[in-house]
Design a protein around this ligand. Sequence first.
Ligand SMILES: [Zn+2]
Ligand SMILES: [Zn+2]
Ligand SMILES: [Zn+2]
Ligand SMILES: [Zn+2]
Length: 198
Amino acid sequence: MQDQQFLLCPFDRQPTAVHEDSVYSLKKNFALIELLERLEQSNSEKTMVLERERHQSNQSCDEDEAHTAVLYCTVCATHLCETCDTATHSSKTLGKHRRVPLSEKPREKPRCPIHMEHAAEFTCTQEGCHNSLMCYLCKEYGKHSTHKPALVEEEAENIRKSIIAALQKMTQFMESMRDTAHKIESNADGSAYSFKEN
Ligand SMILES: [Zn+2]
Ligand SMILES: [Zn+2]
Ligand SMILES: [Zn+2]
Ligand SMILES: [Zn+2]
């Protein structure tokens, strides 16, 4: 009995006798096999996503310009290739950084055309300024300081609203056109009819 041992199944605690060199005769653990297959599948899905990113990407890796970036770290705000992503995020802490496929990188706020280091939070609605983007410095002290500022988001919302209003007017116009067309048609029918009657 020296060469015989028992292994307990980690799932149902069933003992299985194991002889020397007989690991290969062990019962297959189908749950584990399925898990491994699923892992493989999700790995290949990841590979496919990154492959697609590689084709689309025209962004170089921030670690090495020769590499093509496929991922974006939302914490470091860096564009990375897969290799440099693994290299720069290999520690436990950094591994927690949320990284997204490059094409899903969150949109950055637009920059002020005069002060590149500042976000353009406002637009100028003054006539002649054509909603030009500006930062708080431009708004307070620049040439737009006496103009009419608006928050970029609000202005975007206003534009959205006016587009919707224009679309509604357009729909109304189309409907009244259709009505008129109907009226003309039925009038034409009517006159044709009355013409026959006479
Ligand atoms: Zn990071
Ligand atoms: Zn790289
Ligand atoms: Zn500015
Ligand atoms: Zn202005």
